[in-house]
Write a protein that binds this ligand. Sequence first.
Ligand code: GTP
Ligand code: MG
Length: 299
Amino acid sequence: MTKTFRAGFIAILGRPNVGKSTLLNRIIGKKISITSSKPQTTRHRLLGIRTTDDCQMIFVDTPGVHLGSKRYINKVLNKTAANALAGVDVTLLMITSEGWKEEDQNALKLAKQEKNILILLINKVDKLKDKNQLLPLIESSSKMHDFKAIIPLSASNGDNVDALLNTLPEFLPDSPLLFPEDQLTDKGARFIVSETIREKLFRQLHNEIPYALAVEIQQFEVTDTLLRADVIIWVEKESQKGITIGKKGEKLRSVGTSAREELESYFERKVFLQLWVKVRENWSDDVTMLRSIGYIEEE
Ligand SMILES: Nc1nc2c(ncn2[C@@H]2O[C@H](COP(=O)(O)OP(=O)(O)OP(=O)(O)O)[C@@H](O)[C@H]2O)c(=O)[nH]1
Ligand SMILES: [Mg+2]
């Protein structure tokens, strides 16, 4: 009997900072989703596509679902995550080896609203000093919901990610390829550029600043040998603008350099970035602005 080809969608859901985007990048083998040690790094739904000889797995990275949202952007992020579950075949609910928190329970509640196959991932097992601690966590998790599988893994060092990849095909339908076999994501170069800049800002700035900023590409040009982008970094207050630029422009220069270096290696061509910081009060509460920077998905 010949083996049929399978293909399907697999959403990765969980509270902020559990490691969803790190797992996506590990599975795809290329950094397509930005990551940071700060919660609420991911702001878009994005696809990571992995094609093998007998299966195409289309992973959907989502913003971390969180409670206690105050600004409009928080509602938008939660809605983006919830919308991403519709029409997928499998939901991977991710928690960490620290155990269940209130926001994990909330994410489980959300996951259960769709009738998808539900698999629990316990990430960051590398942080456990004693692996025996996993057993009680697996046991208590299995009482929480009848998960189709519970898989402990480490997205950052790759431990047991194979177990996940081996398990998934059986839950996907027979289907021809849904994307060309060499396609890795649904996002284009502009997205990768703005997200890489946002990642460097997230990693180099602290306190409330990362949450007060958005990146918007103004001019964009790609040729065979170079990529050039004019970019606005929006912040909400004058004081944040000063901090983002830094003393004598140091901070902004360092963000620009580290983004440029990463993008040059990603695109294998010369990259020129012009960064401007501008103030727009309360952009994170402004529907028009959120739509224009692409945080609100068109229905
Ligand atoms: N020790 C350890 N750290 C991890 C692991 N996976 C991710 N991390 C770290 O956890 C932090 C958050 O990772 P992300 O992948 O950005 O988390 P996320 O769930 O996508 O977060 P949001 O986009 O904010 O919802 C980063 O500092 C990662 O390096 C892991 O397996 N082990
Ligand atoms: Mg993320």
